[in-house]
Design a protein around this ligand. Structure first.
Ligand code: CP
Length: 317
C-alpha cells in the first residue's frame, strides 16, 4: 500500500496499514538523528510554517527540528504579536501565509476541527498539531512508535495484540487520549481508560475500550500506563474531583504504590508537560520504567516521517 494523503488531520481517518507506513518511515528517519550530520535533503526547496495558536514546548520545537533535519525552510507563526489581535480569522491568516509560498502548514489550535477547516480552504498540505479536545495525531503516533519499541525489546510480546495499555486521567478533555485510542485499537491493542467517572465520557466504550475507576486494578492488569495531565485550563470552572490531593491519592503514581503492587516493571508514558506530584511523583517520572524522554526523542522521527509523506503525496497530485 502507498501513502496518498496530502493532509494528516487525525488517526480516526487512518487505517492500520497507513499507521504502520508512518511508523516504518519513521524507522528510516530515526537513523538520520543518530548520525553526526543530522540532515537529509528530502524537503529542500519546500517551505513549512508552524502556526501555533496555543502554547507548546514539545510539539512546536519537535516539528521545527524535524523540518530542519529535512532541509525545509521554516517559518514560525504564533498568535501573540500577530494580526489575530486585530480580528483576522484563521482562514484569512492561513491564506495570507500560503501566498508567501508555503507548502505545508502545521497547526495547533484550541478549536476542534481547525486543521480540517484549514485543509478545506488552502491548497497546501495541513498537519494537525493538536485541535482542541479532538485529536493530537503526531503525539499518538510517537506514543505508538515508543510502544512498538518496547514490544520489540520484550520477549513477552510479539505485537500490539499482546499488550494492554492504561490511559489514565482527564480522558474527557484529552485529544491525546482520543488519538491514542483510535491508533491503539486499530493496531489491535487492548485499551483501558482509567479515572474518576467525572473525567471519562459516558459513551467511551463505543470506541472499543474498557473503563476502570480503580487505579490499583489498572496497575495490576496493564503492561504500560499513559499518564495524562489534568487539564485545568480546559475545565469550565467546575473541578471534576474534590481536591488535587484526593485525585493524587486515588489515581497518582508513586514508586511506593508500584512497589506495593509488585509492578515496578510497568512502562510509564506521559505526553508532557507533567504535573509533578499530581499524576506522577518525580521518582516515577524520572525512574527507570519511565520512557517519557524517549517519547520526545521519537517525536522528531515521527514528525519527519509525516512531513515527508504528506509532501510526497502532495507533489504527486
Ligand atoms: N505533548 C504536547 O503536546 O506537549 P506541548 O503542549 O508542549 O506541545
Amino acid at each position: 500500500m502507498n501513502w496518498t494523503r496530502k493532509h494528516l488531520l487525525g488517526l480516526e481517518e487512518l487505517s492500520a496499514e497507513e499507521i504502520m507506513i508512518i511508523l516504518q518511515t519513521a524507522d528510516n528517519f530515526k537513523s538520520v538523528s543518530e548520525r553526526a550530520i543530522k540532515k537529509v535533503p528530502a524537503l529542500q526547496g519546500r517551505t513549512v510554517v508552524n502556526m501555533f495558536y496555543e502554547p507548546s514546548t514539545r510539539t512546536n520545537l519537535s516539528f521545527t527540528v524535524a523540518e530542519r533535519r529535512l532541509s525545509a525552510d521554516v517559518l514560525s507563526f504564533s498568535k501573540s504579536g500577530s494580526s489575530v489581535s486585530k480580528g483576522e480569522t484563521l482562514v484569512d491568516t492561513a491564506k495570507n501565509i500560503e501566498a508567501l509560498g508555503v507548502d505545508i502548514m502545521v497547526l495547533r489550535h484550541a478549536a476542534a476541527g481547525a486543521a480540517k477547516l484549514l485543509s478545506e480552504n488552502v491548497h497546501c498540505s495541513v498537519v494537525n498539531a493538536g485541535d482542541g479536545q479532538h485529536e493530537h495525531p503526531t503525539q499518538a503516533l510517537l506514543d505508538l512508535y515508543t510502544m512498538r519499541e518496547v514490544i520489540a525489546e520484550n520477549p513477552k510480546f510479539n505485537d500490539f495484540s499482546d499488550i494492554k495499555i492504561g490511559i489514565v486521567g482527564d480522558i474527557s478533555h484529552s485529544r491525546v487520549a482520543r488519538s491514542n485510542i483510535w491508533g491503539l485499537t486499530k493496531l489491535g491493542a487492548k485499551v483501558m481508560v482509567v479515572g474518576p467517572t467525572t473525567m471519562i465520557p459516558p459513551d467511551i466504550e463505543k470506541m472499543g475500550v474498557e473503563v476502570c475507576h480503580d487505579m490499583d486494578r489498572a496497575i495490576l492488569e496493564c503492561d504500560m500506563l499513559n499518564m495524562l495531565r489534568i487539564q485545568f485550563e480546559r475545565q469550565s470552572g467546575v473541578c471534576p474531583f474534590p481536591s488535587i490531593s484526593e485525585y493524587t491519592r486515588l489515581f497518582g503514581l508513586t514508586s511506593k504504590r508500584l512497589k506495593r503492587l509488585g509492578r515496578e516493571d510497568i512502562v510509564i508514558m506521559h505526553p508532557g508537560p507533567v504535573n509533578r506530584g499530581i499524576e506522577l511523583s518525580p521518582e516515577v517520572a524520572d525512574g527507570k520504567q519511565s520512557v517519557i524522554l524517549r517519547q520526545v526523542e521519537n517525536g522528531v522521527a515521527i514528525r519527519m516521517a509525516v512531513l515527508f509523506l504528506v509532501n510526497a503525496a502532495s507533489a504527486s497530485k
